[in-house]
Ligand binder design. Sequence first.
Ligand code: SF4
Ligand SMILES: [Zn+2]
Length: 366
Amino acid sequence: MSEAMLAPKKRLVMATKEMVEAQKSCASAFTPRAETDTTQAAKVWHEDDNFGGQATKALVMVLKTRGCDWLIKSGCTMCGYFNDSFFDDVSADHIILQFENAMREHQGEDLIKIYTSGSFFDEREVPAAAYTQILKRVGETTGRLSVESQPQIMTDAQVAEAMTHLKEFEVGIGMESAHDDVLAHSVNKAFRFRQFVAGAELIHRHGARAKTYLVQKAPFLTEREAIEDTTTSILKVAPHSDVVSVNPINVQRHTLVADLYKHGAFRPPWLWSVAKVVLDASRELPDGVTLKCHPVGGGHARGAHNCGKCDKRAMKALEDYTLGRGTIRLERLFETPECGCYSRWQWELDNEGLLGAACWTDPVVW
Ligand code: SF4
Ligand SMILES: [Zn+2]
């Protein structure tokens, strides 16, 4: 039987075998930056955000830690966070130094966002002494902190301690999909939906907020399957989330997705698909839940894109929605598509599953 005739689940299971082998070759092509200075954060920048429903200025820092525990063992197929990781233990003193050096850039922003390219609650990344010191310092300055973590790693004691220092605390969870088949065979995630629910309950128990990240178009899914996966995932995670952020997959170096892309076996999602997911999900979203979508690399070959002529229009519609300006531009996109690639996209939705293979025609840029 041809692969085209297989049900999606069986196709995903077949893909897993290939995935494990490819993941190994991607990892071996990567050389950790051993000489990196661990007293300086990997990146620091300023950005506008929407925090707790309020437009907010944020100071953002990426701390250099040993990296995500799951990534060291195996890793998610689309994740290039290890490009900023150190791959060896970083002492509490150096984590604090990185934080303090990054805080020199603080220009009165209301929110501090700390990424570790892994889990803020993992003591192998952020030792307990550094964790406490960072919370104290944020408590003395803005009192508002946003971090990320895998849900099965955090503990009640850690979140309770954070809430003794902070006014507002947001914990982001990279759930990617609410469907365990997709998590197991396409994303290669370390946890499953029930662990996400337990993590979100823990966060809410202490008065913190849960921000859930989902991907759109995990590898081995057709364009149509990816629309279905992300739309239903939004509605499944929404009752457990304060914010749901949809992240169309962009191609990051040294990942399995990059390997597939290089061989013409992965196309990031169409912006038509991303707009459809956001518009459809927005109509059924529970009250009090914010849906965001800011496609990284949108309009470029390695990010969600259309034909090149209509990408700006789709990106503007998504931006308007994310900034709280409603769905009018998203609706207009589909009422008056105004671009020939709209029918090309529809053709692909109807035929990619039948062909059992990618059938896009845009040039692949490496
Ligand atoms: S997506 Fe998150 S859990 Fe997966 S490898 Fe990257 S940092 Fe680790
Ligand atoms: Zn177009």
